[in-house]
Design a protein around this ligand. Structure first.
Ligand code: GLN
Ligand code: ZN
Length: 772
């Protein structure tokens, strides 16, 4: 029995990589520093894993920005707009790499970045490879080889990690018509062969191919390419030891295909999909080793050794000990670095801390599981097993976790709780009577610029250099300014600006029971951007109102309607570390009830328009299509529970930062929000077609300008977008708003853009008057 790791976090336990990269991009430090920090992180990671006792330690899991981009550079898949220009300007390879990731605006050049998108169903984002017809590949960057050599110098023979050829191609996009990207595999494989030859020459024994697409629905063609590719690789390298890593879901319908691929070790994610073990074992070829991904790479809970040991034993019984490996479920890049850095007991209490394990602890768990399972019962190991049992028992029975009232309330939910009193057609009339808004009513999505000043107040308040009263006064003044200004420019539905909020999930998590936070629990989201998700450890409830004070204050400043602003249950769930001792749906329902209470309290305080943001509802979709319905069912229901406690004349809005709803439009409609605002400006309203085809019944605010850049759009552009929207959605259903919240923008461009937006709406009203 051996242990392996699939990948280790690379941001550094103090986010050293983030800091040095950002300094480098700002021109504040040199490339040499970046390289040194990178090297130190790699060495530290290898050492940690070696000291922990991991047998097969990965290399090339490190990345300065993103591992998919590393591969694009390695294979010379560098779009034309980069290579000539950028290297000629005396830049280094890493500058080219950063230019692909972030764009290049220097030396009189203005080259846009490559597209970025989500890595399967995680919160990690990768840089999408761009493919062209007949594209040729060549070995361009030696990173994987250099890193293997670097580790070897320190005495560690690593297992280089490569994204498998099929997954790498599937991760990309065709940038011109007339071919399928998988057709490029014949051009790509020779580069893999070249790389593997170099690695072998240096002494590499094992290679890991990540093929997460094996856990998704595959077409016939994709399956065939899998067969051909691995057959080909095996032909080239009859004796190469190959680890085939699958993760994030079950093999399911791809089981027969996957076990037929000629590899030495097959890795399974048994945290996400424990049920696949029996089926895979039953079909596994005689000599193949099974790597049990049994320590959760994507969540922060301490492993349950008793449970894991049973699974390991079962695999050993059926396969024999030498055909079983033990590993985390997936790369630990999705885990925070080290629980030992959580030292502030006021932030993370010792009771909760004992239930957790971050990356560094997880590699130790993997080793310990091996030792315990091998009967290596040293006193130390026995002690740690007892400790693990004790911590998990404590967690199961802790008074911190269980709140009978919450459980009862969830148990008593009826269909009625998830439905408004009357259907939309009835509500619409009541709302229009009460709200009396014009056609093309204007609003924004909630936040206004979080200036450095506003953020510094929060930092000072946290540090104690501002008192709560002082901080509140400053936020009140900022809110008042925003309200007055919105009145001045004649927006119809105002917002308070969200100046008091750090982050749209954290703000609520901090006020809800059942949530806790960390000091250093950072996880890479993309490039140098890291997030620190809250931890949902127990039953969720709302001890007291969370936003009512601010919304009511803002409403008191104006006669116009003030929109209340909340984050929805699915988004709060999706952007947190979620407890693993009950179904996610259950936790989501608890959050929904807490938000419902807030919605009702806002209504009582006179807030008659309430927006419940659900930007994450689509990203929660399961990877396998056959699982979608079940998810959508509970997710939509949770939203409805949160929204349905109010009277019919209270208008519920929701917001999503995208509008690729083709697959799930029915569910979006079933959420039954009175108004939905969505991102559409970047697609020139094309994304609205689905709302037209489906005859979306409620009101829609298609974003009329992109807030992701400081560029100020003019009214004509917005009018032409609105006219396009009019062709698919009746005027009586249309709202006018930007794509998204404005917190990342400056005031200057925000003001100019919104003045134009209001003018555009007014002009639209004129044209309608003329036609009546
Ligand atoms: N109300 C939030 C804001 O305006 C919504 C953010 C989002 O959808 N991403 O910032
Ligand atoms: Zn948004």
């Amino acid at each position: 029995m051996l242990t392996q790791n699939l990948g280790y976090p690379r941001i550094g336990s103090q986010r050293e990589l983030k800091k040095v990269c950002e300094n480098y991009w700002a021109g504040k430090t040199g490339l040499k520093n970046v390289l040194t920090v990178g090297k130190n992180i790699r060495h530290e990671n290898w050492q940690i894993q070696k000291d922990a006792g991991i047998d097969i330690i990965p290399s090339n899991d490190f990345s300065y920005y993103d591992q998919v981009l590393d591969h694009s550079l390695m294979f010379g898949a560098i779009p034309k707009r980069y290579h000539d220009v950028i290297l000629k300007k005396g830049n280094e390879e890493l500058d080219l790499y950063f230019a692909m990731a972030r764009g290049y605006q220097k030396d009189g050049l203005d080259v846009v970045a490559m597209e970025m998108t989500k890595w399967f169903d995680t919160n990690y984002h990768y840089i999408v490879p761009e493919f062209y017809k007949d594209q040729q590949f060549k070995l361009f960057s030696n990173k994987v080889i250099d890193e293997f050599y670097e580790a070897k110098q320190t005495g560690i023979i690593t297992k280089p990690v490569l994204i498998g050829p099929v997954s790498y191609l599937l991760l990309g996009k065709e940038k011109e018509a007339g071919f399928h990207r998988l057709d490029l595999v014949k051009n790509l494989l020779p580069v893999y062969v070249e790389i593997i030859n170099k690695l072998k020459a240096l002494g590499a024994e094992w290679i890991q191919f990540d093929e997460p697409f094996l856990t998704l629905d595959l077409t016939e063609k994709e399956q065939q390419v899998y067969r051909d590719t691995y057959k080909q690789l095996r032909k080239e390298f009859p004796f190469l030891k190959i680890v085939l890593a699958t993760y994030f879901e079950r093999l399911g319908s791809n089981t027969a295909l996957t076990v037929s691929l000629p590899v030495d070790v097959l890795h399974l994610d048994l945290v996400r999909a424990p049920q696949q073990l029996d089926e895979v074992i039953a079909q596994l070829p005689q000599k193949t080793i099974l790597s049990l991904g049994i320590v959760d790479g994507r969540n922060i809970w301490k492993n349950d050794f008793e449970r894991s040991l049973k699974i390991i034993q079962k695999a050993k019984d059926k396969l024999g000990a030498d055909r079983v490996w033990i590993a985390p479920s997936c790369s630990l890049v999705h885990s925070p670095c080290d629980l030992n850095n959580e030292t502030n007991e006021a932030v993370l209490t010792p009771e909760i801390k004992q239930w957790l394990a971050f990356a560094r602890q997880k590699v130790s768990e993997v080793v310990l599981l091996k030792n315990l399972s091998s009967g290596n019962a040293s006193a130390g190991n026995e002690h740690r097993l007892a400790e693990n049992k004790q911590a998990n028992a404590n967690r199961r029975s802790s008074a911190l976790i269980h709140n009978q009232k919450v459980k009862q309330r969830v148990g008593n939910i009826t269909e009625k709780d998830a439905s408004r009193q009357n259907e939309f057609s009835v509500r619409k009339q009541l709302q229009h009577q009460l709200l009396n808004l014009p056609l093309f009513a204007t609003t924004t999505i909630g936040s206004f610029p979080q200036t450095a000043e506003v953020r510094s107040w929060r930092a000072q308040f946290k540090k104690g250099t501002l008192t709560e009263a002082e901080y509140n006064t400053l936020i009140e003044e900022e809110t008042e300014k925003a309200v007055k200004w919105q009145e001045e420019i004649d927006l119809d539905v105002l917002v308070h600006g969200e100046f008091e909020r750090n982050d749209m999930v954290e703000y609520f998590g901090e006020q809800l029971a059942g949530f806790t936070f960390t000091q250093n629990g950072w996880v890479q989201s993309y490039g140098s951007r890291c997030v620190k998700p809250p931890i949902i450890y127990g039953d969720v409830s709302r001890p007291q109102p969370m936003t009512v004070k601010w919304s009511a204050y803002a409403q008191s400043l104006t006669k116009k309607w003030m929109k209340g602003m909340l984050t929805g249950p699915v988004t709060i769930l999706q952007w947190s570390f979620v407890r693993n001792d009950q179904p996610r749906s259950e936790t989501c329902t608890q959050i929904a009830l807490a938000i419902r209470d807030e919605v009702c309290d806002l209504e009582t305080a006179g807030i008659k328009i309430i927006q419940i943001d659900e930007p994450a509802i689509r990203e929660g979709l399961p990877l396998r299509r056959e699982d979608w319905a079940a998810y959508l069912d509970w997710a939509v229901k949770a939203f409805r529970i949160s929204a349905s406690g109010v009277s019919d004349d209270t208008q519920i809005h929701t917001h999503m930062c995208y509008s690729e709803f083709n697959d799930i439009i029915k569910s979006i409609a079933e959420m039954d929000a009175d108004v939905i605002t969505i991102e559409t400006s970047r697609s020139q309203m094309e994304l609205l077609d689905v709302f037209a085809d489906f005859k979306y019944p409620n009101e829609i605010g298609p974003g009329v300008y992109d807030i992701h850049s400081p560029r100020v759009p003019n009214r004509e552009e917005m009018i032409s977008l609105l006219k396009k929207a009019e062709t698919v959605i009746p005027d009586s259903q249309l709202w006018v708003n930007p794509d998204c919240g404005l917190k990342t923008r400056g005031w200057d461009e925000t003001k100019k853009a919104l003045i134009e937006m209001v003018a555009a709406a007014k002009q639209m009203r004129e044209t309608v008057k003329e036609t009546i």
